[in-house]
Write a protein of this length. Structure first.
Length: 525
């Protein structure tokens, strides 16, 4: 074991919120751990400086050994609280042997690592797992056949269903595939080499998402072709993703679990489903939902996530079943269940630019032109415009239709899943309906609360699941439903031809009609 790198030691000395360090920390980089087939899985071992026995925390992902922030957040900060911490690169990444296939083989390699742990003289037989995003997926993979030493899991801003992650609503999640793939496909071993990869992404992303065909332009982001990306893009059918969908594992998992997500995380719906399935199976998980995006959860939200993680790793009881941050009210609330038992659905109908409790008549229409696609502003992105944003510029566009209620006389608070039910028609082979709930303050500023998209054909009823929300609309504020034909590049633009999106170049504008029998359904408490 050796001293931590200088940069990590400097970070540990800075003033921070949360638990003070209990121990100094040493580390051993590049420990070879054998997989079941003999492939070497490269692992960094962080250890507290103490003669006392300490439990072990296993963190696995393709990018977890690139350096900052994971070496600090999970390696140093967890180890200084009294845990041996293993940061392990998935096979085919970060120096590990074999070939990397996203969402494949993680369970087997995790169990092989536990078998190796049993042979280490410092292993006490108490194993915990932790981590965010793909690190949460590797924990679900381990749960397909949980080892007897497993004492608890901390799954942060995670997901377990690739089809829902990339094809939710029927449109390809282009931005998350390009940005997320950058972390999955680049086997950088240092912070600086990974930083160069991120700079390339930032320089080329805008040009790539505007180019066609996407199969020819996307390699500029990665520095070469990636078969996995092409497979994601080519397979909108759920059957292709069935083997990698680990959501049903929650139905039988008995290991204690802590879950966390943000209102603008990439898959808050999946995290909430994990909680509901675990609870229905008799597990006793806790769930934390904050005002975070996928990335800000590990910065702005880290004090809350770290406190939750330490409780789980120390076996301490959680003070809540579900704790959510309610926007507008700007306060934390504890809930007994999701949705809360007092929730009642309230339906707001569309009118001539209005949103009202009585059913309306008439229609509203807009034209979506894929050569000038409606842009993505705010919400569950991974770019600089993620999270809550002022929607002023977006709402000035002619391809965005607004339905706004009158100023509220009293507050309206929502906690639960939001959806829009449209009676709509499209002129193209297929069209997209993007629906966004916004809070408009007395000055006219419109900020996004939640949203979603559904691809549809022809003429009929279309439901757009807009995700979970916890928000209070204050008196004097107005409720707004924003409707358009896309949010590019969060969703790959709909070319209007029905052709496979990878090789497609031809684009057809779409005229979409929304009848005023359509409605916004709010979970009012």
């Amino acid at each position: 074991m050796q001293r931590l790198p200088l940069f990590t030691r400097m970070l540990r000395r800075r003033t921070r919120k949360g638990s003070p360090a209990r121990y100094d920390v040493t580390w051993q980089p590049g420990v070879p751990v054998p997989a079941a087939d003999g492939v070497t899985l490269m692992t960094d071992h962080y250890a507290p400086v103490t003669g006392e026995p300490c439990p072990t925390v296993l963190v696995r992902a393709p990018y977890v050994r690139v350096g900052f922030p994971f070496n600090y957040l999970y390696g140093a900060l967890f180890a200084e609280q009294g845990f041996h911490v293993l940061l392990q690169s998935s096979r085919g990444t970060g120096g590990s042997g074999g070939d990397f296939h996203p969402w494949k083989g993680e369970g087997e390699d995790g169990r092989a690592t536990v078998a190796w742990l049993r042979e280490q003289d410092w292993f006490t037989g108490e194993l915990y797992t932790a981590g965010a995003s793909y690190m949460a997926y590797t924990q679900w993979a381990l749960a397909t056949d949980p080892p007897p030493e497993w004492r608890g899991a901390v799954m942060q801003v995670g997901h377990s269903d690739g089809h829902d992650f990339f094809w939710r609503g029927g449109a390809f999640g282009l931005e998350r595939a390009l940005v997320g793939g950058t972390g999955l496909f680049n086997q950088a071993l240092t912070t600086w080499s990974y930083a160069r990869v991120i700079l390339r992404l930032q320089r080329r992303l805008g040009r790539v998402v505007r180019g066609v065909p996407i199969l020819d332009v996307y390699p500029q982001v990665y520095g070469g072709r990636r078969p996995a990306f092409e497979e994601w893009l080519a397979h909108p059918e759920k059957e292709y993703w069935q083997d990698s969908d680990l959501t049903p594992v929650a139905d039988k998992l008995t290991v204690p679990v802590s879950l966390s997500t943000g209102w603008w995380d990439l898959s808050p719906e999946q995290v909430i489903e994990h909680y509901q399935r675990l609870r229905a199976a008799g597990n006793d998980p806790d769930l934390l939902i904050g005002p975070w995006t996928h990335t800000s959860a590990l910065s702005d939200g880290w004090p809350d996530l770290f406190e939750q993680a330490m409780r789980r790793l120390r076996g301490e009881p959680s003070p809540y079943r579900i704790r959510i941050f309610v926007g507008g009210a700007n306060e934390w609330r504890d809930l007994p269940s999701w949705p809360p038992p007092e929730m009642q659905e309230q339906r707001w109908f569309l009118g001539e630019g209005t949103l009202q409790l009585a059913e309306g008549t008439g229609v509203s229409s807009f034209r979506y032109d894929p050569s000038d696609p409606t842009p993505a502003v705010g919400g569950p992105l991974q770019s600089r415009t993620q999270g809550q944003r002022d929607n002023a510029d977006l709402e000035k566009r002619s391809d965005v239709v607004l339905f706004t209620g009158t100023p509220l006389e009293e507050a309206v608070e929502i906690v639960g899943a939001v959806r829009a039910e449209f009676d709509a028609a499209t002129t193209a082979v297929s069209g997209d309906l993007f629906a966004r709930l916004c809070d408009v303050d007395p000055t006219g500023k419109s900020i996004n609360i939640c949203d979603g998209l559904t691809r549809f054909t022809g003429d009929g009823r279309v439901t757009v699941e807009m995700g979970p929300a916890g928000h209070r609309f204050k008196p004097g504020h107005r409720i707004r439903l924003q409707v358009s034909g896309g949010a590019h590049p969060r969703y790959l633009r709909n070319y209007g031809t029905g052709e496979p999106p990878g090789p497609a170049t031809r684009m057809v504008p779409t005229d979409t009609t929304v009848r005023h029998t359509s409605s916004l359904v709010l979970p009012v408490v």
